[in-house]
Every structure is written in C-alpha cells, then in structure tokens.
Design a protein. Sequence first.
Length: 282
Amino acid sequence: MFYLVGLGLGDASDITVKGLDIVKKSKRVYLEAYTSILTVGKEALETFYGRKLILADRDMVEQCSDELLADAEIDDIALLVVGDPLGATTHTDLIIRAVEKNIKYKVIHNASIMNAIGCCGLQLYNFGETVSIVFWEETWQPDSFYDKICINKKLGMHTLCLLDIKMKEQTMENLMKGRKTYENPRFMTVAQACQQLMEIIQKKQEQGEDLCLRDETVCIGVARVGSDEQHIIAATLKQLTSVDMGAPLHSLVIPGKTHPIETDMLRHFALDDSVKAILQRL
C-alpha cells in the first residue's frame, strides 16, 4: 500500500493518530521537502516518530516516482506531506502513477492552509479561486493572478494568495550547463507580495484601466498558520508592504464583500485605528 500522510501545519505532534500508526509500520517513510515546510526540522520529526525519514526532493517526487513507489505493491510505503496530501497537484500525479502500476493507495488527510485560513476571520464558503503569487525575475513578471483576484472581488468572494516557495532551485546558467548547484531556499513574504501587487496597480492605473485593488484596500497578512507563533494582521495594501510578519511561511488574503461578523473579526486583527476606520465603512 502507498500512503500519503498529511502532517498538518504546526509541528511534529500535528500528525493524526492514524497517520502516526502508518509511519510506525511502513517499511520506508519519505518526507516531501519542497512544496511546504513545518516549523520543525526532519530531526525533530524523526525523534517524535521514532524512526528515520528519507528526504524526497522535487527531482525524486516529480521525476523518480518509480523509486518512491518501489515495492509498494507488497510493502507499506509512506510519503509525508506538510498540510494535506492533496493540497498540491504533484501528489495527485503520484496517485495516478500508483494506479497505473496497480498499486493500492490511501490518503490520510490533515489540516492545510486551504481550510486553516479561516483563522483570519473570513468564512471559508465565501472564498473564491485560490491564486499563487510567484517571485518576479528581471525578465519574467507575470501578473495574471491579479486578474483572478479581480474576478473574485467582482463576485464578492475572498481570495487566498499562496506565496512563492523556492526550494532546491537552479539558476538558468547552472541548469543549462547541467551543474547540480542550487540556490538557497527563498520564501516570499507578505510585504514582497504586496509590493508586487502595488506595482501592478500602478501599471494598470497608468494604462487607464479600472482598478479592483487600491493602496487603501484592506488585506490580511498571515504567517505560520497553525503554529504557536501564528501571526495575523489586517492592514491596507500599502501598509503591508512595510510590515514584517517574521519567519515563513506567509500567505495573503484579499477580502471580497464581508459579512458584519467577518468585519468584526477583521477589526480584531487591525494594524491601527486607521484600518478600523476603513473597516467601519465597509
């Protein structure tokens, strides 16, 4: 059996009882190490689980699935995933590959940012399409996520923005030369995401386009959701460009039409009285 086990969002103890039983009985246990991170490292997980883990990086999960799934038709093999196993399309692809090999699989679900984002005070059923905001490069600055945010806003829906994670990335030069040299991990901050949004807004304004976001739009920055160091701030888009939310991981939420109860919750997280005044007018 091939198991995909969700680890939740906080630390080693967030694994479910069912998931921990699978970890203890499996012949091999892999730790997926690139779509997200926990607040604790591999060693802390090994201590809590009482067994060694095999790191599964992007290359292994996406290109060497045969190695990952080896003997899963006769032995229990587990892949540990931060959050919920089906929060990333990569893991759905693994399931398809397992099915093609006639390997049975089972998913052990857990909390993910997709449901835990309710911590910011907005109701989950009022969220529209989730978007990803990627790091801009000098020659590549996509802004299609802005259009999706606008569609959600027009429908009165909230938008969860997942912020870019760069794990085991290669420069174009190293990639072209076949050198296995990797850059240091990078995690986009709320401030960086808001700065990119501000630049898009300025460009749209200069082109005379209608804006769905403005400097004074109230947004919500969240950091380390599910951990003891969880941090939530409601502030204007412009204010958030200079707010330090601390260590990763960060996410950004852009509200649509808010219910009075949602507005009351946002006031609880307001950066200052000026934000509370804007919320009062919503």
